[in-house]
Design a protein around this ligand. Sequence first.
Ligand SMILES: Nc1nc2c(c(=O)[nH]1)N[C@H]1C(S)=C(S)[C@@H](COP(=O)(O)O)O[C@H]1N2
Ligand SMILES: [Mo]
Length: 249
Amino acid sequence: MADTTRRAMLAGMAALPAAACTELAQTGPAGDLFDAAEDWHRAAHRALANRQALAPEYAPDERSPDIRGNGSLTVDTPEYREQLANGFADWRLDVGGLVANPLILSLADLKALPQRTQITRHDCVEGWSAIAEWNGPQLSRLLDEAGVREEANFILFRCADTLYGRAYYESVDMVDAYHPQTIIAHQLNGEPIPEKNGAPLRMRIERQLGYKHAKYLTGIEAVASFEDINGGKGGFWEDVGDYQWYAGI
Ligand SMILES: Nc1nc2c(c(=O)[nH]1)N[C@H]1C(S)=C(S)[C@@H](COP(=O)(O)O)O[C@H]1N2
Ligand SMILES: [Mo]
């Protein structure tokens, strides 16, 4: 997105040498061109500002009494059962792909970072919602620490579970990746995340529908495209054919 914006802006500017702008802006065709570039720029800004706006946050007494689980409700492997019994002391989150400094983080590492707490509404495309408090570090913080390279366009989330025999995964663009309410949650309503809701780590991406919020998170990967990854469409449900990649709300 940033790259496209940059490229389009440069293309618009190349048509108009800066020194000529004032003068040309007052004449016919070049003036129209200038206005068009201005409009484009303003519209792009508006669209970006809209994408960056915060999702509503709620008061503690507005929380739903029960947060149901959806999709995978566990990870069906002996390794996961062992980790669960062990309080996830050995769980590791890999941050890699197109980054300068790959990271391997434990739960303790993630808890040592600045934390964000937010009471937000989860909206599942199947037609149910639930309000809950989520807590964890912002994804932007990890990405800054890892140093995302210029060529990266998307952030991919890897999960420990499989659904219908396929690995669950998801991805977002850089606007959602760096959104302030995009966090790696390790707490739900002040407690460690329950098994059914993605223990020990799950994404919260508050400007996106529920299926983007990857549970049982094991890896975060910066990629240029997802053409060669799994089904090539950037996410489990996208590959299976049901849902759109862009699930903004
Ligand atoms: N790893 C993984 N993440 C997942 C899913 C899943 O099956 N596996 N289901 C998605 C869907 S469709 C929704 S609505 C939410 C459900 O989150 P919950 O179980 O906490 O309600 O998780 C999303 N993330
Ligand atoms: Mo969902």
